[in-house]
Design a protein around this ligand. Structure first.
Ligand code: MTE
Ligand code: HPA
Ligand code: MOS
Length: 757
């Protein structure tokens, strides 16, 4: 099964917000933002900007008819800064003009006087100053304090991980136009149509039913449009509402990079205790999350860091504390993995450091501590159908790990400057929104009288292939050709009160809702068929490949005829259905519960070669055994795995977000922010783990969107292991991304030491 959009994408026919045929009189928006990371606004002077010919209106905080508030989890973020700015790139005004160039020119002429205040960009500094987004949270299992004395080895350390720019191909944008009765319709590039609707309604002081949000598809999002697509839609909506004209707002790439938040950088401490034979007895960790200037999704991201702080290992005694620190950077936000990768990087670093001290291979510790059936996570849930060990063992077998190790040893003996390293990366990722209430979805299915079918859900297609999966659910449910099925836009008037397309759960949630809707229609159709065929009840009827079967015997009655007759007999050919993940719950007081419907497992083996003279490196290969459940869209799933692996490797290696001490983003273009390209891409092999049917996923599959990203963490340690071959004498700090510059500094910063070549 290919992605539904593939051909349209390749032919350039797919529509994004900026491609929509626009009505006459369209106006364009440009945003004016703070160039200071922290300060009090003394004055906003728009007089020069207003003089630019073609400018229609300039809107600031005081023009907002409703509430100047876009915060999702906590109401702590203004749409337009009113009297204080907290980060560079914070919107202060929007200019609406006849062309985009005019709007941008005018935006530059807005003069903003700001009384500067001290800037904090470092999360630990923010913590010391008492600047927190929410109170810290701690997950506890067993008794860490009384376990240290039982450990043969105790290792402590510090771990840094960097931010990550989403770099969706389509930048943030929205197109708004007025509709009858004082309402607004918004076409938005968002993962969360309902969030856009709610925020725009709040800004305009309208009931939600007067704001209709429509989403056709996104040119990528990766979490960056879960909570951060709302501002631009609200601005376009507000301008459109005031002027009674269509308005389009598309962020230019550089503005997008400067104004929007990214993956959260973390600074973390760990202490790990082990026995002589490598069993981990205790793990204590504190995460300092760099949240940026407002909450956005940070509290939820923080929570997922705690959920994944022991990755794929059973550790009997754990104490993990997470602190969300408020800094003068753009509010950081959801990014594929949603805090999970940051947590998993710390435990992997702790294992790496422990192995270093014990003089053994980190893989020995990893393997010895893998999760087993019935093991308890620090949050109280126990593993069910745990595949951690099976995936690891299969990876060792299938990829002949001993041979790999032998080959690498030989290479390293023969080469002075080039060194190779290999690392294992097991993963375990929980599927469900960690906020239980968000695990709900609905679907609306129509069968038309010609036998074609349309399906609406809140699932937003952003390249991950969810539309294809939803179509498969419909086609399989009715046993009709998939060409009969069309997925409609995600639209708040058709599907209301939606959760964002996120948490890798959209195929499960929306797919299950779709399945329910199809079942409702199918039950009515079977009743009708029973009547037509004089069967005693619908239980004698089934549909297969567009034919109706009676007692397993094919009849002449076809799908098309059955639909036609059913319609004439006034059978309802439409259904709306709802799904809420059963059995999940979480108690935030106790920090215990069963937050996840299930877990996804897997193991990757990553090889890298480092040029130890120049610091440059290549990731040679990524060999994976991944638990897809019983995949029903193998090609789509494989694409997701490969893409996520590349994104994870990028985060760990060459993608470096740098802010200076004044909170200014230095990596605000593709010349300074490097992402993996086709030349970076290693040989990636992914095998589907066998016998992994998942009763909790759609068609027994497992969610795929985020989990494989975390295989990328192995890339970091493959490079570290290669460097250690060159300089076994040096202890390296753990600080991701490990850019070539950092490799070089690690290798040669202690210049007085003898360099072994
Ligand atoms: N794949 C593509 N091509 N583009 C994207 O923006 N987003 C990722 C992942 N895969 C993304 C993607 C993220 S962050 C998530 S949570 C999931 O897709 C969401 O979609 P799903 O629930 O359908 O897996
Ligand atoms: N994952 C992704 N996005 C989310 C989550 C989550 O657990 N919770 C809220 N938004
Ligand atoms: Mo994905 S970070 O849950 O949008």
């Amino acid at each position: 099964m290919k992605n539904y959009d593939t051909i349209r994408h390749v032919k350039g026919e797919s529509q994004f917000v900026d491609d929509i045929l626009v009505p006459e009189g369209l106006l364009y928006a440009a945003v004016s933002c703070s160039e200071v990371a922290h300060g009090e606004i003394i004055n906003i002077d728009i007089s020069e900007a207003l003089k630019v010919e073609g400018v229609k209106i300039i809107l600031t905080a005081k023009d907002i008819p409703g509430e100047n508030q876009i915060g999702g989890i906590i109401p702590d973020e203004e749409l337009f800064a009113s009297d204080k700015v907290d980060f560079i790139g914070q919107p202060i005004a929007v200019v609406i003009a006849e062309t985009q160039l005019i709007a941008q020119e005018a935006a530059r002429k807005i003069k903003i006087d700001i009384n500067k205040l001290p800037v904090i960009t470092d999360p630990r500094e923010a913590y010391k100053a008492g600047n927190l987004i929410v109170p810290p949270r701690t997950f506890n299992l067993g008794d860490v304090e009384n376990t240290w004395e039982l450990c043969d080895h105790i290792v402590e350390g510090k771990v840094e991980s960097g931010g990550q720019e989403h770099l969706y191909l389509e930048t943030q944008g929205a197109f708004a136009y007025p509709v009858e009765g004082g309402g607004i319709k918004i076409v938005s590039s968002t993962q969360s149509p309902t969030a856009v609707q709610r925020v725009t309604a709040r800004i305009l002081n309208l009931p939600m039913h007067k704001v209709e949000v429509d989403v056709l598809r996104l040119g990528g999002a990766f979490g960056g449009k879960e909570d951060q697509a709302t501002a631009w839609a609200a601005m376009a909506g507000m301008a459109s509402y005031k002027l009674f004209k269509p308005v389009k707002l598309i962020l230019p790439r550089q503005q997008d990079m400067i104004m929007t938040g990214k993956r959260h950088p973390y600074s973390s401490d760990f202490k790990i205790g082990l026995t002589n034979d490598g069993k981990i007895l205790a793990f204590e960790t504190t995460f300092y999350q760099n949240a940026g200037a407002a909450a956005d999704l940070s509290p939820a991201v923080l929570e997922r860091t705690l959920f994944h702080c022991t990755n794929s290992y059973y550790i009997p005694n754990v104490k993990a504390t997470a602190i969300s620190c408020k800094t003068n950077l753009p509010p950081n936000t959801a990014f594929r993995g949603f805090g999970g990768p940051q947590g998993m990087f710390v435990i992997e670093s702790a294992i790496f450091k422990a192995a270093e001290q014990m003089g053994i291979d980190p893989a020995e510790i990893q393997k010895k501590n893998l999760l087993d059936e019935g093991d308890e996570f620090p949050y109280g849930q126990k593993t069910e159908k745990c595949h951690a060990k099976r995936a690891w063992n299969r990876a060792e077998d299938k990829y002949a790990v001993n041979k790999i190790k032998g080959r690498i040893k030989e290479f390293n003996l023969k080469n002075d400057i080039y060194k190779k390293g290999v690392a294992f990366m097991p993963i375990c990722f929980g599927i469900s929104f960690t906020n239980t209430s968000m695990n709900q979805a609905s679907a609306l299915v129509h069968v038309y009288t010609d036998g074609s079918i349309s399906v609406s859900t809140a699932a937003v297609e952003m390249g991950q292939g969810v539309n294809e999966k939803i179509r498969q659910v419909v086609a399989n449910s009715f046993s009709v050709n998939i060409d009969r099925v069309k997925t409609e836009t995600a639209n708040t008037s058709r599907i209301a009160n939606t959760s964002p397309t996120a948490a890798s759960s959209s195929a499960d949630l929306n797919g299950k809702a779709t399945e329910h809707a199809c079942r409702n229609i199918l039950a009515r159709l079977k009743n009708e068929a029973a009547e037509i065929l004089n069967a005693s009840s619908a239980s004698h009827i089934h549909i297969k490949d567009e034919f109706i079967y009676q007692d397993n015997i094919k009849t002449d009655l076809t799908w098309n005829e059955l639909i036609k007759i059913s319609h004439l007999k006034r059978v309802n050919l439409s259904s709306h259905a709802f799904y809420a993940t059963p059995g999940i719950h979480f108690d935030k007081e106790k920090e215990k519960g069963k937050p996840f419907a299930y877990h996804v497992y897997g193991t990757a083996i990553i090889e890298a070669t480092v040029d130890c003279l120049r610091g440059i490196y290549e990731i040679d290969s990524v060999k994976v055994i991944h638990d897809f459940g019983k995949s029903f869209s193998p090609l789509v799933d494989l694409g997701q795995a490969e893409g996520a692996i590349m994104q994870g490797l990028g985060w760990m290696t060459i993608e470096e977000v740098i802010y200076d001490e004044n909170g200014k983003l230095l990596t605000d273009a593709l010349s300074t922010y490097k992402v993996p390209d086709i030349h970076f891409t290693p040989d990636v092999q992914v095998e589907f783990l066998e016998d992994s049917e998942n009763p909790f996923g759609i068609f027994k599959s497992k969610a795929i969107g985020e989990p494989p990203l975390m295989y990328g963490i192995g890339g970091y340690f493959a490079i570290m292991n290669a460097i250690k071959e060159f300089r076994p004498d040096v202890e390296f700090n753990i600080s991701a991304p490990i850019t070539p510059e950092k490799v070089l500094l690690n290798l040669y910063s202690k210049v007085d030491e003898k360099i072994p070549i």
